[in-house]
Design a protein. Structure first.
Length: 256
């Protein structure tokens, strides 16, 4: 998607330059770009545009540029289907990725089980290995762990939807650990409560992974919570791999 955006930006700049300065100056610009690309060994980026301009001259090339721009604009119009919206902001590299310094609880390790129950801090995400590098204060160095073995210790979570103990609803606390598949939340008053993930409302920016959606295209895609719509009972989640914001129920979001 980054490359598409760069190409579209270049085409837009090209069309604007042509409208202001005309054919002769545009031809000179195209030749300069071609020379620059050859010198920088980056000719693969814009050779198609140069080819069109030389073969079909300015009228056809401008028509092609306008066509590309219109198609790109139409493609990025907001879509209401299944509550999906095009993302209004530029995608960031850290969408769906736990930030450096994030406190995490280690659990469910089947090898090196001695590390279960440790609390560590994220150092970075190794994209090639699909592992987080986690510092737990060992002399042997940090651990490389899957996200499924980590639970972010999220601050300022809100309890909601508990029928058996409604007095806890609306109270806030922090995730302290994982126990028997449940999250242990330490409330502001000091009490600890075991709850399912869907019984929590997490703050904006929390990293989540989508799960159990009827449209399987989005399952396991990670993203950031933009905000929680209390009236609709849904998170608005900005996705990492797709330029979209989706609206999903709490139980469809797994907290990272």
């Amino acid at each position: 998607m980054k490359m598409v955006n760069k190409i579209m930006s270049f085409i837009g700049a090209f069309a604007t330059f042509y409208l202001y300065f005309g054919h002769q100056y545009t031809m000179a610009l195209v030749l300069l770009v071609a020379i620059y690309n050859v010198l920088k060994l980056e000719s693969y980026k814009y050779d198609l545009l140069v080819f069109f301009y030389i073969c079909f001259a300015h009228n056809m090339t401008v028509a092609i540029c306008v066509g590309f721009l219109l198609a790109f604009a139409i493609y990025n119009l907001p879509s209401r289907k299944r509550g999906l919206n095009r993302c209004p902001t530029r995608l960031s590299k850290d969408i769906g990725i736990l930030k450096s310094g994030t406190a995490v609880y280690i659990h469910n390790l089947t090898s090196n089980m001695q590390h279960n129950g440790r609390i560590g801090k994220i150092r970075w995400f190794d994209n090639n290995r699909d592992r987080y590098i986690v510092d737990v204060g060992l002399e042997t160095g940090p651990l490389a762990l899957k996200v499924s073995n980590l639970q972010q210790l999220i601050q300022n979570v809100e309890i909601t939807g508990i029928i058996s103990q409604p007095e806890y609803n609306g109270q806030k606390g922090r995730i302290a650990r994982v126990q028997n598949g449940l999250l242990v939340v330490q409330l502001a008053g000091g009490q600890k409560l075991q709850v399912k993930e869907e019984k929590l409302i997490v703050p904006n920016g929390t990293r989540v992974s989508l799960q159990n959606l009827s449209d399987t295209t989005y399952n396991d895609i990670k993203g950031n919570v933009v905000y929680y719509d209390r009236a609709a009972g849904r998170y608005h989640v900005q996705l990492r791999l797709l330029n979209k914001i989706v609206k999903v129920k709490r139980e469809k979001c797994k907290l990272l």
